[in-house]
Unconditional design. Sequence first.
Length: 184
Amino acid sequence: MEELISQAVSFLKDGKVILSPTDTIWGLACDATSEKAIARIQEIKKRDISKNFILLVSSLRMLEKYVKVPQEIIAFLEAEKYPTSVIYQEVYTTELPLAKDHSIAFRIVQDDFCQALINALGEPIVSTSANISGEPSPENFSQITQHIKDLVDFIVPYNQENQESKTPSRLIKMEKGEIIFIRK
């Protein structure tokens, strides 16, 4: 697995887009600090540039470098086992793709491969479903269209045979001390 991680990281550091498994569905991924790579994902997905991305981090410690994490969110994430992305309002950086309201969404990944990839890169990664915007998200590698596969710079040759159906993460935010579900 170490060689795969090294290979994938070299593409990410080069501002390239990869197709990679995550703790949820397969995703188009890039270095979250690369504007060029983020623009390329938007182009591949034919995605509205005003629509925001979820960023993946490997740990709470890494997350806390970029945003203020309320205790209520920490408790919620510790109690939940389902992958959950959170929109944060108090952001410490402008180096990452922020929403118009200056919020940003992160998910702490639970998957060993994803954690190793992010740790090796040393930065969060953008991850978004491997489909054209508006089309259904593929539930496993075999459902990703050849068109998408042809547009990426590297396809991670890991866990492609797993045909288990997966779904995108839940998406939540906190407003006035209350956790609001945006996507269940």
